[in-house]
Design a binder for this molecule. Structure first.
Ligand code: HEC
Ligand code: HEC
Length: 316
């Protein structure tokens, strides 16, 4: 009898939670969030997390596999959003799909605000990705439906970030793929041959110029100029203070130019870490052969490797 009384409050709590859970699932999606979420996913996630379940060369789990794994651990939208936020903000500490990490390696860290992650979570949660016809039919309909509203709302700083993130997604996808199929050494040659054409192709399709520069550059073409160096120095101080680095926007020769930080993670260290430790002798020999003046080694995780410089062309 006593035991039953003690249990009562718990029973209530459980049923209350369930009630709120089922009400969130039935709440209709918020169209503003759906639009924002879809735009972010299309530009920043799909390059690696294919929306097409039959993609030939996978570099990451499909969007649907991620959703299924997360829903198995999180009941209700609030819990789903919390799990996703935890992972995106601190990927290495909040891995929910250890088998995916074994298969594909860790996901690069990306800087998204909580609002942006909430919109991404909202879209994934409310969209029936698991239905076989979602990609075949609904995806292109969503591109039409949401793309018009997205572009108009963006400030130059947001647009520049989306361009840098899109380039990063494309480069990152190809880099992960090269490491997987060719090993570190092979990937170095790949990077060296493809980094420029890839950034260029994304940039052209987005009507902008994108490049990566550094104070300790590997490719002599990626040397930061005085203005970029000043931003880098200041950004390093902010990072050392444990704060988030803010992007910068400038007007240079009548064009809008934005700077965004590039931070290292574990994955980078095989080519940018300490020589003889993370950077193996063979890999370093290859790097020196291609870049005799390389300065881009000796990094640890969460350090400023360089910056994205996005120059936006007018007329749009
Ligand atoms: C450059 C490629 C790349 C891009 C771009 C990318 N991801 Fe990933 N992501 C991966 C890889 C590889 C994994 C598998 C390893 C892992 O689980 O960490 C992964 C795993 C995940 C997981 C499961 C993580 C876990 O183990 O719990 C989530 C959630 C996720 N990504 C969300 C996103 C979202 C949202 C975006 C867009 C904002 C995005 N990813 C963009 C490569 C990428
Ligand atoms: C497989 C080896 C490899 C890995 C892994 C790698 N890089 Fe690089 N990185 C290179 C090579 C090679 C270049 C020179 C590319 C070129 O010629 O433009 C480069 C250039 C860069 C540049 C341009 C500035 C410069 O020094 O020339 C940045 C920024 C950069 N890498 C950041 C990163 C970050 C951040 C990561 C991890 C997310 C990473 N790299 C992972 C090999 C690698």
């Amino acid at each position: 009898m006593y035991r039953l009384l003690l249990l009562l409050p718990f029973l209530f709590m459980i049923s209350c939670n369930e009630a709120t859970d089922s009400s969130t699932t039935t709440t209709p999606p918020n169209e503003v969030l759906m639009s924002k979420g879809f735009g972010l996913i299309k530009n920043n996630c799909i390059s690696c997390h294919s929306a097409n379940p039959d993609v030939p060369q996978k570099v990451a789990p499909t969007l649907m596999e991620v959703k299924t794994a997360y829903l198995a651990k999180a009941k209700g939208e609030a819990a789903f959003e919390k799990l996703l936020t935890g992972f995106i903000k601190h990927p290495t500490e909040n891995i929910q799909m250890p088998e995916a990490v074994n298969q594909y390696g860790v996901m690069p860290v990306m800087n998204y605000s909580e609002d942006q992650i909430a919109a991404i979570a909202h879209y994934i949660y409310h969209t029936p990705l698991e239905k076989p016809n979602w990609y075949a039919e609904q995806y292109s309909a969503d591109v039409q439906k949401y793309s018009a509203s997205n572009n108009e709302e963006m400030s130059p700083l947001e647009r520049g970030k989306s361009i840098a993130m899109k380039t990063k997604g494309t480069l990152g996808k190809n880099l992960l793929n090269a490491i997987k199929t060719k090993g570190t050494e092979g990937a170095i040659s790949f990077c060296s041959a493809e980094a420029y054409p890839l950034t260029d192709s994304v940039a052209i399709s987005l009507n902008a110029q994108v490049k990566r520069v550094s104070d300790k550059n590997r490719n002599p073409k990626n040397k930061a100029n005085a203005d970029q160096l000043a931003y880098i120095e200041q950004a390093k101080l902010v990072l050392a203070d444990g704060k988030d680095i803010k992007p910068a926007m400038k007007e240079i020769d009548g064009k809008i130019v934005c700077y965004y930080p590039i931070i290292t993670n574990e994955m980078c260290l095989q080519c940018h870490g300490t020589v003889g430790q993370e950077v193996k002798a063979d890999a370093y020999a290859k790097i020196q052969e291609l870049y005799p003046e390389d300065q881009a080694v000796g990094y640890g995780v969460n350090e400023l490797r360089g910056i994205w410089v996005v120059r936006m062309d007018a007329n749009d």
